[in-house]
Design a protein around this ligand. Structure first.
Ligand SMILES: [Zn+2]
Length: 346
């Protein structure tokens, strides 16, 4: 990125954590930050993150080469370690989180990110572009059922306090419970264990970690209540008790209304099929959004595949996404830095 920017007469720099930035020579004052991340997951695709960084470079280079006044109100970024794919990672968003705690944040007026959807919804709806409303909230819960370990041969069914059976009955209806709340909720039981975990011992305890993602806070808590109530009911029938602990809560992120409206206008002006949706994956934009007005734009992912070498988006849609990003940048800069931009044009 540094060589590319240098060869086009642009300046680049990096901060202490490894975020890479670029701008036109002499840029100063508060600027719109545009970018994404360039790290990826093991055996990942070529678009997740890198597409948004390439598009941001192209936007800055194009505006600079045409002497457009918006160029000097731009800073582009390639964030470090968004994915958190290392085994001991604390969960990603390392670069954007560091930026938000650094003095450099003072120079950032707002943030815009272009990314692939990484899911099938845009393709299914026929959208070529999507304004991202925000990022779903993510809650993780530990549900533990406590019964009584006993001999699996000599203990008749009616006398068992089988914690495993109570937990697995709950797991079996987990998806139905979530669907009953709202079709925009998704969830996962990604870890489940029985204790002591022997074929000839009735499980004395059993636990699972579940994750729920939803675009509204109320549906996150409603789903958790339903699952806990359900587990409690099954546990009672099996002569067991239930313990519950919320492991983490990532609140729903709603992007800046003004910037979303601007993106909506730009995508409508593009005259191509466009819509809006919530992102079910985390992004640096979610971190930035807590500090500066932020918005995101998606292009579709073919067959919804991502975090895989099969990740792809038709080339014309990638080009179109970058073009719409450029138009959004110009429109945003003109509305946000009106006086300054006019001054620099004079
Ligand atoms: Zn990404």
């Amino acid at each position: 990125m540094a060589e590319h920017l240098g060869s086009r007469g642009l300046e680049s720099w990096s901060d202490e954590v490894g975020n890479l930035f670029g701008h036109v020579p002499g840029a100063h004052g508060r600027r719109l930050l545009v970018g994404s991340h360039t790290d990826t997951v093991p055996a990942g695709g070529r678009l997740d993150g890198a597409y948004g960084v390439m598009a941001a470079m192209e936007v800055l280079t194009t505006l600079h080469e045409h002497g457009h006044p918006a160029a000097r109100f731009l800073e582009i970024v390639s964030f470090w370690d968004e994915e958190g794919a290392q085994p001991m990672s604390s969960g990603g968003m390392v670069g954007s989180t560091a930026l938000c705690g650094s003095p450099y944040l003072a120079a950032i007026d707002s943030y815009l990110e272009l990314h692939i959807e990484q899911g099938p919804r845009m393709e299914q709806a026929g959208y070529e572009l999507s304004v991202v409303n925000g990022i779903v909230g993510v809650d993780r819960h530990l549900i533990r059922v406590v019964g009584e370990p006993n001999h699996a041969g000599t203990t008749p069914f009616p006398l068992r306090r089988d914690a495993g059976r109570a937990l697995v009955r709950t797991a079996a209806v987990f998806q139905d419970l979530l669907r009953s709340v709202r079709d925009t909720v998704v969830g996962n039981i990604g870890a489940l264990s029985l204790e002591p975990g022997a074929p000839n011992v009735v499980p004395g305890a059993a636990q699972m970690v579940l994750e729920i993602r939803a675009p509204h806070e109320w549906s996150l808590s409603r789903c958790a209540d339903l699952v806990i109530d359900c587990a409690t009911g099954f546990a009672r029938e099996e002569g067991c008790t239930v313990e519950h602990r919320m492991l983490s809560h990532k609140p729903v992120v709603d992007f800046d209304e003004g910037m979303r409206a601007l993106l909506e206008k730009v995508t409508v002006d593009a005259g191509r099929p466009a819509g809006s949706l919530y992102s079910y994956a985390g992004h640096d934009a979610g971190v930035m959004s807590a500090h500066v007005p932020t918005a995101m734009l998606f292009v579709p992912s073919s067959r919804g595949v991502s975090h895989s070498p099969r990740e792809s988006t038709p080339e014309p849609l990638l080009v179109q996404g970058a073009q719409v990003l450029l138009e959004a940048v110009v429109a945003h800069v003109e509305s946000r830095f009106e006086g300054d931009a006019a001054g620099s044009m004079a």
